[in-house]
Design a protein. Structure first.
Length: 149
């Protein structure tokens, strides 16, 4: 298994190759990229900030959970921090498994848990000159369910 918080460009092919093996009948690759619109506003780029040590621990915990649940250690995850331009890769998840269904399920679990639990924050920059921190709606819903006001 491989998990990392990085401040460099991510190479999806290298991440995918790290889970390859003759024992796997399937390899699934998820690549998240910076898109040009969010909630109707035109985006010019973004910055990711992290509580790095905690993010590393949590990312590793998520990978461990997926490995145990889907019985594979062929998991690689990298999440980028710093300034990203449109089209830049922000996160890559690769899962290798003997069966495609389990590979897809593990990958889906990882991205959903990452969105809920990883202490990484996003500041979007817009074409109109504004910038704002974007709150993860999934994390907000989860925290409200745990601690209703």
């Amino acid at each position: 298994m491989h998990t990392a918080i990085v401040d460099r460009a991510i190479n999806p092919c290298a991440v995918l190759n790290s889970v390859a093996g003759h024992h796997n009948g399937a390899s699934v690759l998820f690549v998240g990229t910076v898109r040009d619109v969010n909630d109707g506003s035109r985006v010019s780029g973004l910055d990711y900030s992290a509580y790095t040590e905690m993010a590393r621990r949590e990312l590793s915990a998520i990978a461990d959970e997926a490995a145990e649940r889907w019985n594979t250690t062929d998991i690689a995850i990298e999440h980028r921090v710093g300034s990203l331009d449109l089209g830049d890769v922000s996160v890559v998840i690769a899962v290798g498994h003997a069966h495609r269904g389990e590979a897809y399920e593990a990958s889906r679990y990882i991205i959903e848990e990452l969105k809920k639990r990883l202490p990484i924050w996003k500041k979007e920059h817009y074409l109109d000159g504004r910038s704002e921190w974007v709150q993860n709606a999934e994390a907000v819903i989860l925290s409200e369910a745990k601690d209703p006001l």
